[in-house]
Design a protein around this ligand. Structure first.
Ligand code: NAP
Length: 444
């Protein structure tokens, strides 16, 4: 029996468990830092994207498979060291994602009122690390920096009314704040042109269907260069994105309560304010023919009392595991962790910590399959774990004072959230507080 630990129960980790347990002689422990499984599907996918959220049903089937065990509320690196993992498992797959923010590197970025989109997403998703009172939405104008799908998600959540989002699993405190939101203007700001935007067309088009917000696009900012034209010709998604933006640039605003401005070729220069964000200085860019922007010297100020930086994520190092600071991922070859360019026996990576924060959920399936292929190929030559008793790891963690959440504990949380939802005529209301999650899990 090959014993494997997978760190992270998001799509990458669960798809790795899925691929491993296609083989009868493999036992997998899927660990998570949080008491609840599913990673970014539970704590990142926007609440109103119900179809994407339903991927949870497929992930659940894997976690309930014989041979798979969920162990939540374990901080690998702190509660369990890499040595502990090697002593108890023949192989370890790190699939813990990209949990910190990239920075813009402009003055004022850290002023109160400037948040990362990750913080906002964590807050509205009821992530246990997000303080309940982190956001008040007292700002009238919000600048969202970046034009990827995360920027689209946060802009859409800001643009919708609380009533539009009531049918989702948003925690009660989030719905309350959204219901009292002062937001009227949302500026989504891309530093390059429309053909270089990272959002996908389906997600972009949803913005044009908002009932509570007009989408405003300045035709003068929809500039394309040679590289853009080549991308428009070669990539249907780019063509459709640019076409949607061009259509919106000809639309008359319908006088809806909120306005969502989609801006391009504006490079953030400085966040204004002394003790709170008051605005954003941007410099207009010009495309240089290669799809990159060069500064034009023309500066303008966008009034905003809140900033959401949606400029991408980075991975987090784990003590003892190699880490490439420049790219924010674990150096690897096809999923085999590399130390000094040599594969480390028994250490693997999958998902965003392997390839960086790119792709959609489904991308992780092929990615995890590649990693598992490498692991199974190496299996006959891996040094076997010293301790092979499956109860040893939960025992060790309990002795260290860790309140491990097992699958039945998660099911108790799942049931409690659904009951809480039913009491309000909703499918589910998320429990956000970590202590409460642990209390409910212990009632299993
Ligand atoms: P992303 O797609 O990489 O977009 C990041 C954006 O930030 C880009 O527009 C980038 O512009 C911009 N940016 C980076 N540094 C900047 C700076 N210093 N100043 C101004 N702008 C800057 O990242 P993401 O939106 O965080 O998404 C991460 C992944 O999750 C993506 O693969 C995304 O598709 C996926 N996702 C998917 C969904 C969905 O399918 N519904 C939802 C959410 C997330 P440049 O291109 O110029 O660098």
């Amino acid at each position: 029996m090959l014993r494997v630990a997978i760190i992270g129960s998001g799509p990458a980790g669960v798809y790795a468990a899925d691929a491993l347990t296609q083989h009868d002689d493999v036992a997998v422990d899927v660990m998570d830092r949080l008491p609840a499984p599913y990673g970014l599907v539970r704590y990142g996918v926007a609440p109103d994207h119900l179809k994407i959220k339903s991927i949870i049903l497929a992930l659940q089937k894997v976690l309930e498979r014989p041979g798979v065990r969920f162990l939540g509320n374990i901080d690998v690196g702190a509660d369990l060291t890499l040595d502990d993992l090697h002593r108890h498992y023949d192989a370890v797959v790190f699939a813990h994602g990209a949990a910190v923010d990239r920075h813009m590197g402009v003055p004022g970025e850290e002023l109160p009122g400037s948040f990362s989109a990750r913080e906002f997403v964590a807050w509205y998703s009821g992530h246990p690390d997000a303080a309940l009172d982190r956001f008040t939405l007292a700002a009238r104008s919000v600048a969202v920096i970046g034009v990827g799908n995360v920027a689209v998600d946060v802009a859409r959540v800001l643009a919708k009314t609380a009533d539009e989002l009531r049918g989702t699993d948003l925690p009660d405190h989030v719905l309350d704040v959204l219901g009292r939101s002062h937001v009227e203007e949302i500026h989504m700001i891309g530093r390059r042109g429309p053909a270089q935007a990272k959002f996908t067309t389906k997600e972009l088009r949803e913005l044009g269907e908002l009932t509570n917000a007009d989408v405003l696009v300045d035709p003068e900012e929809l500039l394309v260069d040679e590289a853009s034209e080549a991308a428009i010709a070669a990539q249907p998604m780019v063509r459709r994105n640019v076409a949607a933006l061009q259509e919106w640039s000809r639309r008359e605003p319908a006088g809806r309560p909120r306005r969502l401005h989609l801006r391009f070729l504006l490079l953030p220069v400085e966040v204004l304010g002394t003790d709170h964000v008051e605005g954003l200085v941007v410099e207009r860019g010009r495309l240089d023919g290669t799809g990159n922007a060069v500064l034009s010297g023309e500066r303008l100020t966008i009034a905003a009392e809140m900033l959401l930086r949606s400029v991408g994520y980075r991975g987090v190092p784990v003590a003892g595991l190699p880490f490439d600071e420049a790219s924010g991922v674990v150096p690897n070859a096809g999923g085999r962790v590399l130390r000094d360019n040599q594969p480390v026996p028994g250490e693997y990576v999958a998902g965003w910590i392997k390839r960086g924060p790119t792709g959609v959920i489904g991308t992780n399936k092929a990615d995890a399959k590649e990693t598992v292929g490498a692991l199974l190929e190496d299996a006959p030559t891996l040094p076997p774990a010293e301790i092979r008793d499956p109860d040893a790891i939960p025992g060790l963690l309990t002795r260290r004072g860790v309140d491990v959440v097992i699958w039945d504990g998660w099911r108790a949380i799942d049931t409690a959230e659904q009951e809480r939802g039913q009491a309000q005529g909703r499918d589910r209301v998320k429990i956000a507080d970590r202590a409460e999650l642990l209390r409910v899990a212990s009632r299993r």
